[in-house]
Ligand binder design. Structure first.
Ligand code: DGJ
Length: 742
């Protein structure tokens, strides 16, 4: 177990009980990828790649095996302009203007545990026995720079993380035009590619297509990961399903501009790469300096997509998320945004809080509009002091009053933005992110603050800290409502090509400061819903507002797509009013509740407008959720029926770690007449245990529930009298609770 270097065969084997990853040094120089997949025995050979001279594939100079070519050799970190016509993994421009590079092997180091990546979010182990790290040292043949490939293998996960560092030990500056975090060459192309593209209001659609000849790229040029693509791709066998087949997943721990490529070559090899997007990136590496790339998580499954998701859920839950709320149950919240938008007074908020507490809500979140002179989205971003017209009795008093009712108090901020109509803009127009000589575009009427400047971050930090020190705040929603454009800094000496990455480093620096200075606050990340729902943000903030689209039907796909990579404890999901504000659809309150209970449950409506019946339903939902949230938020998640496969039906199941309790939510979008509901096969139970199911007669064996299944049409009975679920009609749902009987 762990990492072994085989001197005889010049090869590395990273291995745990689940996976193996093998690398060999070919001709004492060239680092070659050999294998990644299910754990295999120690190899009795190094590289097994059949070297053969192929036309139009050049051979490197020097004494190399006949036929060796960079164009065909499976590699780990290919160079630039060196006869490999596939995508390079890095491009450096040297002081003389040249840009060719060929890396050669220059030693290695194996260390216990996993070193931190300074300034960047990264997975971690709390005990150095939990992982081992290999650093492979590579040197550019004709320049004075060293590139280190950093691999960590974790003991208990089928996961390897990769990142890269570069150091300039020469006397001249080097320009980094491109420095990806990882590259790997797989030896065939019989793969499907799964990605999670989206847009505002329909984030993380699950799209699957065969890989094809040429380069397929997903990326961000928006300064942030964005709604458009998740920094994730997976390659699967064509026949991989939720329950069987191989999955090779790549997920970047980064919140800025990224690129992910798959490239299928003329020899049907597949190159996969991920890293900072070179599109806007130019970094000057001066003599003596070094640069580290973000990390990429590479997870493998030979048991299909659901097991793959469970690996990422556990990995992020245990090895990425930090702080007080890592394993702490998340409170049921109410957020006033869709209930009032900007139009509220202190009295209105207190009235909403009174009704919410009666329903069992535990946290009141005051959203946008409480600061500066903010009556709409045209003003005040950057002026983080209370708007006394709306809240004349101070924010502190409001928070105290809400807390006195028995709820926690949370507040919305959008700290990376600035409105032209703000005191901050008047004082510091030079703090706006803007390329030299260009007029910055507005998005949602606002500009972006230049977080690459420390003075800017310090100002925002001190404004926020002033409030956090004065007001009892339990929760913060950190929003980000536009993408970058005309990217540049007005600060002297910062070139445009460094700004997006320096911005993200600045953001991480501020988040590290704030989240560690106020460790008891629950931080929720947001970007017009789920526009920055990435592992980088998860390192600082354990949950994210998944989408501004709160329609229960739309959420089936959004939350299913999100669940492919993100743990349930990170998925914010709210019940909102009908007709829904985004799609104008009427869905049942049961369905809205069941969908929202499948994440961190919240309500986003005006509770003073609920009918008596609705109040009773909401009370029941909250009561049920509180009893079961531990297993929902931190248990094992199964996609029994995915809306991407079944269209009209979705079924999600949550099982506790002891396999003694489980909750299943089942939804139907459009009804058909005279339908019999299906027998649903449950998962993750103990075959040898006996279970009872709410509102069903008698007991069930675990193996019976998992193999034969259970008809989901709830029998008319006692539970229905207490207000159970109608499965007839459109937009309906039901829920079953499965409990072990000893
Ligand atoms: C976008 C967020 O996603 C919403 O939930 C809300 O907070 C608005 N911003 C407020 O401007």
């Amino acid at each position: 177990m762990g990492i072994r270097f085989n001197k005889k065969f010049s090869s590395f084997h990273l291995k745990n009980e689940q996976i193996s990853y093998q690398i060999a040094i070919v001709d004492n120089k060239y680092l070659s990828h050999v294998y990644w997949g299910k754990a295999i025995s120690e190899s009795c050979r190094g590289s097994d790649f059949p070297i053969k001279d192929r036309s139009f594939s050049p051979n490197p100079a020097g004494d190399v095996t006949y036929g060796l070519s960079m164009n065909t050799l499976p590699q780990e970190y290919p160079g630039h302009n060196n006869g490999d016509y596939r995508e390079s993994s890095f491009k450096l421009t040297y002081s003389d203007g040249s840009f060719s590079s060929q890396l050669v092997y220059d030693g290695y180091e194996i260390i216990k545990g996993k070193p931190a990546i300074d300034g960047l979010p990264h997975s971690y182990v709390s005990d150095s026995e939990g992982a081992e790290t290999l650093i492979v040292k590579l040197k550019d043949e004709s320049s004075e720079c060293r590139i280190n490939l950093i691999y960590t293998i974790f003991n208990n996960y089928p996961v390897i993380t990769r990142s890269v560092s570069i150091e300039n030990f020469g006397d001249e500056s080097i320009q980094i035009d491109k420095l990806l975090s990882m590259s790997v060459d797989l030896d065939h192309s019989e793969f499907d590619c799964i990605q999670l593209p989206g847009a505002w209001g329909r984030e993380r659609d699950l799209v699957r297509h065969p890989v094809y000849r040429g380069v397929h790229r997903i990326d961000s040029k928006r300064g942030t990961t964005s709604h458009t693509y998740q920094p994730f791709i997976a390659l699967t066998n064509p026949h991989t399903t939720e329950d069987s087949g191989e999955v090779y997943g790549f997920h970047m721990v980064y919140s800025g501009e990224f690129v992910m490529n798959t490239e299928v070559t003329e020899y049907n090899q597949t190159r996969v790469q991920a890293g900072i997007n070179p599109e806007h990136f130019r970094w000057t590496l001066n003599p003596g300096e070094h640069f580290v790339t973000p990390e990429v998580v590479m997870a493998y499954s030979d048991k299909g997509l659901n097991a793959f998701s469970q690996t990422l859920h556990n990995f992020y839950q245990n090895q990425l998320i930090r702080g007080t709320y890592q394993y702490k149950e998340r409170p049921v919240l109410i957020n006033n945004w869709e209930g009032t938008y900007f139009d509220f007074t202190e009295d209105k908020i207190l009235e909403m809080a009174d009704r919410a507490v009666e329903l069992g809500v535990e946290l009141f979140v005051l959203d946008d509009g409480w600061f500066g002179k903010r009556d709409d989205d045209t003003t005040s971003l950057g002026d983080w002091f209370v708007y006394d017209k709306k809240l004349p009795n101070s924010l502190k008093l409001l928070a105290e009053k809400i807390r006195a009712k028995g709820m926690k108090f949370g507040l919305w901020f959008e700290p990376e933005m600035i409105s032209e109509e703000s005191d901050l803009f008047k004082a510091h127009p030079d703090w706006v992110l803007k390329a030299e000589g260009r007029q910055p575009s507005k998005g949602r009427n606002q500009y972006i603050l230049d977080y690459s400047q420390k003075a800017v971050r310090d100002n925002i930090a001190s404004q926020l800290k002033k409030i956090l020190d004065e007001v009892p705040i339990d929760y913060i929603k950190w929003d980000f409502n536009r993408n970058m454009s005309e990217i540049g800094s007005q600060s002297p000496g910062v070139s445009d090509g460094e700004v997006t990455h320096r911005y993200i480093l600045g953001l991480y620096d501020l988040l590290e400061d704030l989240t560690t200075s106020y460790p008891d606050i629950l931080w929720e990340s947001c970007s017009g819903g789920g526009g920055r729902f990435d592992p980088g943000m998860l390192y600082y903030m354990p949950q994210t507002w998944t989408s501004d689209n709160t329609d229960a039907v739309a959420r089936l796909e959004i939350q299913t797509g999100t669940s492919l990579v993100m743990p349930i404890s990170s998925i914010g999901a709210h019940v909102s009013d009908v007709p829904n504000h985004q799609v104008n659809r009427w869905t049942s309150l049961d369905m809205r509740g069941h969908v929202a209970m499948s994440g961190n449950l919240g309500y986003e409506l005006d509770p003073t407008k609920l009918s008596v019946f609705e109040k009773e339903t909401v009370k029941r939902q909250i009561n049920f959720y509180k009893k079961n949230r531990n297993l929902i938020q931190f248990g094992t998640f199964y996609r029994l029926k995915s809306p991407f496969d079944f269209n009209n039906e979705t079924a999600w199941q949550f099982v506790d770690l002891e396999k003694s309790q489980s909750v299943v939510f089942y939804t139907v979008i459009l009804d058909k007449s005279n339908q019999m509901r299906p027998r649903l096969k449950l998962k993750g139970l103990d075959s040898n245990k006996r279970y009872k199911i709410s509102s069903y007669e008698g007991l069930f064996h675990g193996d019976e529930l998992m193999n034969k299944g259970v008809y989901i049409d709830p029998p008319l009975g006692a539970d229905q009298k207490q207000g159970s679920y109608q499965l007839n009609g459109d937009f309906r749902s039901t829920m079953i609770k499965v409990e072990e009987v000893r």
